[in-house]
Ligand binder design. Structure first.
Ligand SMILES: NC(=O)c1ccc[n+]([C@@H]2O[C@H](COP(=O)([O-])OP(=O)(O)OC[C@H]3O[C@@H](n4cnc5c(N)ncnc54)[C@H](OP(=O)(O)O)[C@@H]3O)[C@@H](O)[C@H]2O)c1
Length: 328
């Protein structure tokens, strides 16, 4: 018999999450029925969406939502022999039983890169960067692209894809160490938004002519200022709004209509799953670029399932460079 440990939402978050909002529970899993597969989680992901979606998708007592790279321990399903790896959406749990539906097989994974990348650059965050940049921003060689939360899972891929696309890339991030990392992976300009003093001046200095494309992971005040520095007919991909995820009172203006109108901007929100039909095709491209060294991947790995709440809160605070992952 296998005992599964799971982190549950003890209490809905109010403001910034607290350790006491989580509760670790342990249950004994039943025997497998025909068609069932028993998995152990190997790597688990902590992502910003868990903060807003916990409110809309979960009730108190539920296992925290999330995805993992998991390995088959026992199987009564021929599609998933023992030892097979998958990406699953089974939440913050060490072990789980699946009927084989809604799993993504990780077939032949190259030896030289870790399987955890299937939760990062060669997974959901990589797809998000790709579709936001190519389908929403519609980048063209010579464009100047601005991205915030640039040293994170999505942002770091956005910058490198924009370089592959022949663009000038400006990134904003929350520490000097992150800024140095951005320069190292090829960003043309990078600054620490927490210490620049005037964000308006920092954006102008990084690109005096303004920006053709803006990949927005942050929203709020940053966006209110950035929209004024878009070039005419600039394109904006609204990917995330992390600056507001922990707010108890919604942020107030300045409002966006003025600069959107004056600069005749195109602004569109998107969720990566809109292009689910192209998932496999784009993951192959991302994996190839990683193997060719065109995309560098950094991971912020926390060891130990017990530390998942701390890793989640740490990511929301900005402790991670690259993808925040938990190694069980
Ligand atoms: N639309 C989609 O399909 C989709 C898919 C995945 C992710 N997203 C969104 O994309 C964004 C980035 O996600 P990710 O997975 O790549 O996370 P991440 O960037 O790896 O981690 C979150 C980062 O956000 C930054 N941050 C936190 N609070 C902030 C604040 N108040 N102002 C500015 N920055 C703040 C921190 O970096 P700093 O140190 O730089 O502050 C932190 O490291 C999130 O908004 C997320 O919701 C959207």
């Amino acid at each position: 018999m296998v005992r599964a440990k799971s982190w549950t939402l003890r209490k809905h978050f109010e403001g910034f999450p607290k350790t006491s909002d989580f509760e670790l529970k342990e249950v004994e899993l039943p025997k497998l029925k025909d068609g069932d597969v028993l998995f152990e989680s190997v790597f688990l992901s902590v992502d910003p969406y868990m903060r807003p979606y916990s409110r809309t998708m979960m009730k108190e007592g539920d296992i925290m939502i999330g995805s993992q790279v998991a390995r088959v321990m026992e199987s009564k399903n021929p599609t998933y022999p023992v030892g097979t790896y998958v990406v699953a959406n089974s939440g913050w749990t060490t072990h789980f039983i699946s009927d084989g539906k809604d799993l993504q097989l990780l077939p032949s994974w190259p030896e030289k890169i870790p399987r955890s990348l299937a939760l990062g650059t060669v997974g959901m965050p990589g797809l998000t960067a790709y579709f936001g940049l190519f389908e929403i921003c519609k980048i063209r060689a010579g464009d100047t692209v601005l991205v915030n939360a640039a040293a994170g899972a999505v942002g770091s891929v956005v910058g490198q894809l924009a370089k592959i696309g022949g663009c000038k890339v400006v990134g904003s991030a929350g520490s000097d160490k992150k800024v140095a990392y951005l320069k190292q992976i090829g960003f043309d300009e990078a600054f620490n938004y927490k210490t620049v003093g005037s964000l308006e001046e920092a954006l102008r200095k990084a690109s005096p002519d303004g920006y053709n494309c803006y990949f927005d992971n942050v929203g709020g005040e940053f966006s209110s200022i950035a929209l004024h520095q878009m070039k005419k007919f600039g394109r904006i991909a609204v990917c995330g709004a992390i600056s507001g995820y922990n707010d108890t009172v919604p942020q107030k203006g300045p409002y966006i209509q003025g600069p959107v109108l004056w600069n005749q901007l195109y602004m569109e929100g998107f969720i990566y799953s809109r292009w689910n039909d192209r998932r496999e095709e784009v993951l192959k491209i991302l994996l190839r670029w990683v193997l060719e060294g065109k995309i560098k991947c950094e991971e912020h790995i926390t060891e130990g399932f017990e530390k998942m709440p701390a890793a989640f809160m740490g990511m929301l605070k900005g402790e991670n460079i690259g993808k925040a992952v938990i190694k069980v």
